[in-house]
Design a protein around this ligand. Sequence first.
Ligand code: HEC
Length: 192
Amino acid sequence: MAVKDPTKTYWDWSTAGQDLPEDHYTYLKIKGSFVYQTDFKPTYTWFNGNLSYRYLLGDPVDPTRPTFINRPAGSIDDPTARIFPFKVHIANQPYDTINDYLLQPITAGENGYWTNFDWDLAFRLAEPITGVKYSGSYGFAETWMYWPTTHMVQPKESALQCTDCHAEDGRLDWEALGYPGDPVEWGGRFDQ
Ligand code: HEC
């Protein structure tokens, strides 16, 4: 994916607010640090066109593990699901360390983060707007967001060959997808 222009795959909000050299692809004072990638392999997972989960304001966060902003629905046992390519966008986002949920800062305007670079003020400003209580104590936690890839198709010369998938270091992690091993050896999902 991202065969022409690079796409953002990582965004760390915790480094925002510093006077560092700025560059659209690596660091902006108002937004923090980023990683952009070009021409890279997507993440494959089962997808039946629906989501099994999407994060709503106030949903719990466990800061010791990634929080899913959304999750594709489907599994090897779901005949309507297909193995589908995604961009997984990973971020380090502010959360309330007492209440364990994500915090939505107000960024624009007089007391917004982008004016004062004061997270605490930006969360206090958000409280009456979002209705999500702010304890006064914040940290940053990892989030994962799945973006279905439906374009950015490679030219035909780059079409995948059998061994791109059916090989020791192939691009599909068969066990993670629910297969006992490479289907060439073990059969497809309807043979299980
Ligand atoms: C993009 C990844 C990908 C590529 C490229 C690919 N395969 Fe597969 N192949 C799969 C998947 C996924 C399955 C399992 C399908 C299922 O569960 O029904 C599979 C299943 C198989 C099976 C087992 C079918 C069965 O039901 O027993 C064989 C044999 C096979 N592939 C051979 C090939 C050959 C030969 C090529 C090249 C011409 C090829 N594959 C290219 C992903 C791929």
